[in-house]
Design a protein around this ligand. Structure first.
Ligand code: FAD
Length: 507
């Protein structure tokens, strides 16, 4: 009997588990563009366009390989506009009772598939370096889950940058040589934009008409197939990887990409695989084309952080999405959706997000994330925003980064302390503060940088939870050492900022 093989929009890998287990001679591949997914949150138009264009090209590739593909286009009149609706429709059409699927990266979709009145076999997504069971085994019995220890195991497992059983260069982590502020550099190599072809243009017109969400659709710069993704990887390794470590945490006005890879959307859709990306980086280091700290720092992001957050998502289950350890409840301020702001760093990060569907890690963590956390925004709303606005956002990777790393909503499962800072960090790592309407050196009173005020407000209101955290004690000692009048003025200033946010006033 015919079986259906479901391939989702972020499972565009020829060897993805369901395709690997399927029989080309008798099974039918089901792929579906549906409004239900495009509007589950208000996804950035560029993200929807990337997924739809990449799906269309992937389906053509499967057909060329001899697969029978039942592909539902968004504007097909019979399209039921949900994934499960399309699976049921195809089951009736082909007389199929069995469905092969690869585990989705979103709990909602997994539950929907499991509830189908068909025999659904959900296979593990084995495009990750660590399996769910392997991560669970690593985590079992540990009091704290820390990326660094997991990462070392992944280095041993993959053999990447290893000298036998020792790390290459004698150290696991070279970060003390990384993370410098960046200098404006007109000769900086900038990533090339892919040129939209006919498939992409069709999709852009469709997205323009159907998804009036936050974010600019054009210019659309992303590659939409494996060849384009491989070209983007090769260009990164040749041009930007040498400075990747140095500039990893830096922010510069007008330089959205700096030395970042811009490959997360391709990895997350399955157009690139994590191991091949790391092998390309390792080869560049072995050939003497990049310094060890750049190669190690990059490989750590992939086999360390990316795998670690995936493990946490799988381990913690759907309940993780509603965690709110700090009890934060403020509505997401309008600035996140492009509302006016006087803060240069927020304006740059949100503006870039609107225009490019991209911001790099430190902008996400130490600008927008830091601001939401210090302001006490409801982590569910923050999660929905990050899931919506970034080209690479899929629940399995976005949720642990947002709820765990950025908002401390998991109470410390992912990180041992909240990522919070005053304006000083942003000033050190960027050139935003110079032209900002606020003064980063002003700690209190008119013109004080809101990060300065809110930072102490956050520490003060969460004193019970954090004062005995060994990594935060020093900051409480600094706070407690300030004159009482100064502390009161800081807290009053922070309260005014929060009031203005709540009243929809420009901050
Ligand atoms: P680079 O800076 O060049 O890094 C190289 C690669 O390392 C990335 O492509 C990515 O695959 C991987 N990587 C680095 N850090 C992480 C991390 N913390 N978690 C997972 N992978 C990592 N990444 C996503 O892929 N999707 C998301 O939805 C997402 N949401 C985030 C939300 C918040 C609040 C924060 C703080 C981070 C989030 N990240 C997310 C992680 C990181 O910001 C992006 O992976 C990175 O900015 C992608 O751009 P790049 O390819 O230029 O990355």
């Amino acid at each position: 009997m015919v079986r259906l093989v479901l391939v989702l929009g972020d499972q565009l890998t020829p060897g993805v588990a369901a395709l690997k287990a399927a029989d080309k001679a008798r099974d039918v591949v089901v792929m579906a563009e549906v409004m239900g997914e495009g509007t589950s949150v208000p996804h950035h138009p560029q993200k929807i366009a990337l997924i739809l264009a990449a799906m269309r090209k992937f389906a053509l590739g499967l057909e060329a390989e001899g697969w029978r593909v039942a592909y539902s286009r968004l504007d097909d009149p019979e399209n039921s506009q949900t994934i499960t609706g399309e699976v049921l429709r195809r089951a009736a059409e082909f007389g199929a009772g069995d469905v092969l699927a690869t585990k989705p990266g979103e709990w909602r979709l997994l539950r929907d598939l499991e509830e189908l009145p068909l025999t659904v076999t959900v296979l593990e997504d084995d495009r990750f370096i660590a399996s769910d069971a392997e991560f669970a085994e690593w985590a079992a019995g540990r009091k704290q889950l820390r990326m660094e220890w997991f990462y070392r195991d992944m280095r041993r497992k993959t053999g990447l940058m290893m000298d036998g059983d020792k790390p290459a260069g004698g150290q696991w982590n070279f970060d003390h040589d990384n993370r410098k502020p960046a200098k404006a550099d007109l000769l900086r190599p900038r990533p090339r934009d892919a040129t939209p072809d006919a498939v992409v243009e069709d999709v852009l017109a469709l997205v323009e008409a159907r998804f009036p969400h936050f974010g600019r659709l054009r210019p659309f710069r992303w590659a939409t197939d494996r060849a384009g993704a491989l070209a983007a990887l090769a260009e990164f390794v040749a041009d930007r990887l040498p400075r990747f470590g140095d500039e990893q945490d830096a922010m510069l006005e007008g330089e959205a990409f700096l030395s970042h890879a811009l490959i997360s959307p391709y990895l997350n859709l399955g157009l690139l695989l994590p191991l091949e990306v790391c092998e390309a980086v390792e080869a560049a280091w072995k050939a003497g084309r990049v310094p060890i700290q750049a190669a190690e720092g990059f490989i750590r992001q992939i086999i360390g952080w990316r795998e670690f957050v995936r493990g946490i998502w799988a381990l913690e289950g759907p309940g993780y999405l509603t965690r709110n350890a700090l009890g934060h409840s403020r509505a997401l301020p309008a600035v996140f959706w492009g509302g006016e702001t006087r803060m240069a760093c927020m304006k740059a990060a949100v503006g870039q997000t609107r225009d490019l569907a991209y911001a790099h890690h430190i902008q996400r963590l130490m600008v927008t994330g830091n601001f939401a956390l210090l302001a006490g925004v409801d982590p569910g709303a923050v999660h929905e925003w990050y899931l919506s606005v970034y080209i690479d956002a899929f629940e399995w990777v976005e949720a642990p980064n947002t709820l765990g790393m950025s908002q401390f909503a998991d109470g410390g499962v992912l990180g041992s302390k909240p990522y919070v800072s005053s304006g000083a960090y942003i000033d050190r790592m960027s050139d935003h503060c110079g032209a900002c309407a606020y003064k980063v050196k002003v700690k209190v009173g008119e013109g004080a940088c809101p990060f300065n005020l809110l930072y102490w407000h956050f520490l003060d209101r969460h004193r019970e939870r954090f004062r005995s955290n060994p990594r935060m004690g020093q900051m409480y000692r600094v706070w407690d050492g300030m004159e009482a009048g100064h502390r009161e003025a800081v807290l009053a200033g922070a309260a005014r900022v929060l009031e203005r946010l709540d009243g929809g006033e420009v901050v």
